[in-house]
Design a protein around this ligand. Sequence first.
Ligand code: PLP
Length: 424
Amino acid sequence: MACIDALWLPYTQMATAPAPLPVVGAEGVRIRLADGRELIDGISSWWTMCHGYAHPHIVAAVKAQLHTLPHVMFAGLVHEPALKLARRLAAWLPGELNRVFFSESGSVAVEVALKIAVQYWKNRGEDRHRFLAFHDGYHGDTLGALSVTDPACGFHDAHAAYRVPQHFAALPRDAASRAALEALLDRHGREIAAMIVEPRVQGAGGMRFHDVATLEALRAACDAHGILLIFDEIMTGFGRTGTLFATPPTAVPDILCLSKALTGGTLPLAATVATDAVFAAFCSERSEDAFMHGPTFMANPLACAAANASLDLFEREPRLQQVAAIEAQLRRELEPCRHLPGVVDVRVMGAIGVVQLDRPIAAALRPAFVERGVWVRPFGDIVYLAPPFVIDTTDLATLTAAVCEVVADWSKNNPCAPCPISTP
Ligand SMILES: *Cc1c(COP(=O)(O)O)cnc(C)c1O
C-alpha cells in the first residue's frame, strides 16, 4: 500500500488488505476511477448519496452558501440555514419531535442522544444511567455509541473495558423474546435511562428487518417502564425503507437520530431530535440543567445548505415513487438467487436488497464486483444493494445481474475458505 503511505484506513487490516481504488470524480450514480474506469455505485457511498453524486441543485446551494457564510460558531450566534433546516425536520418528523441538536456525524448524534437520556433523568431527580440495546444493533464507533452496538456485529470488542453500562436483548419479534424483554425490564427497568434501536432495518448488523409491530411493542414496553425510546434513523432516514422515515406513526420515539442521507451525501451533518417533553426537562432556572455539549462545527452552514437542498429534492422530485420502483425491481431481479445452494435468504425493503449467505464469507466477493464495473461492499454473510434513488432501470439491472452472477459463481464453487468477520 505504498501509494497511500500517510493514510490510516477505516475497518482495514492494512498489513494484508489490497490497496484501495483511487477515485478522481463522481457524477449521478457513477464513481470515476483514476485509471478511467467507471463503477456504478450500488450502495450510495455508505447509504448517503440518495440523489446521486454532484446533484446540480445541491451543488448550487452549497456554492451560494460558500460565498455568504461558510462557517460560524454556533454558540451565541445562529443562522438561517440551520433554523430553516431545524424547522423543516421538526415539521417532517412525526409526533412532538420538535427540538433539533446538530452535530457532524452519526456517532456523535448517538452520543448526544445517550447523554440527553441520562441527563433527562438526572434533571428530574432520578438516577438512571444504563441503556438497553438489541442484538445485531449498530450505532457508531465512538465509545458511547459502541457501547450500545452488539459486539457480535464484527466491530471488534477491543474497547470492551470502556463500554458504558448497558443491557442487550433480542428484539421482541415473537412471544418468547417479548417475554424475555419483559423479564429484563421487570428486573432492571428502573435503572435504564433509554432503549435504542434502528427502526425497521438493522444496517451494519446485517441488514436485518423487523416489522412495525416490533416497534410498537418497544414503545409499549418503554411507556410501561417509564423508559425513553431512541430511534437511530441514521441509515433508514430519508426514504431508504420506502417511507420518508422508518418511524411509524404508531411508535414515535422520544429522541431520534439522523445523519447519512441528511445532506444527500454531500457534507457531514447529523441531527439529534428530541420531543418537547424531553426538551422541557432541560429548561429551568438552574444552569446545571442545561445540556453541556457543543461540537465546534455544529450546524455548519454549508452542510445545512446542502441538507435544505436535499429536502427540496424530496419535495420536488418523486423520490418515494422511485424507491417503490427500485423495491419492485430488486424483488424481481434478486429472487433467482433464493434457490442457489449456500443462499439462506433474499429480502427487500424499500431501496435495500439483501442476499444472505450461509457463512460470513461475503467480503471475499468484493473484487468480483469491481471486475463487473459495479461498486458494492458485501460484508459478514450478506451481499446487499442500497442504490441511489435516482438510478435508472438499466443501471439497477446491471447491479442485480452482478449480484446474481457473483453469488451464483460462489455457490457453484462453494468455497470453504476461512471466514473472517468483515465490516460494512
Ligand atoms: C452509520 C451509522 C452510524 C454512525 O454514523 P457515523 O456518521 O459513521 O458516525 C450510527 N448508526 C447507524 C444506524 C448507522 O448506520
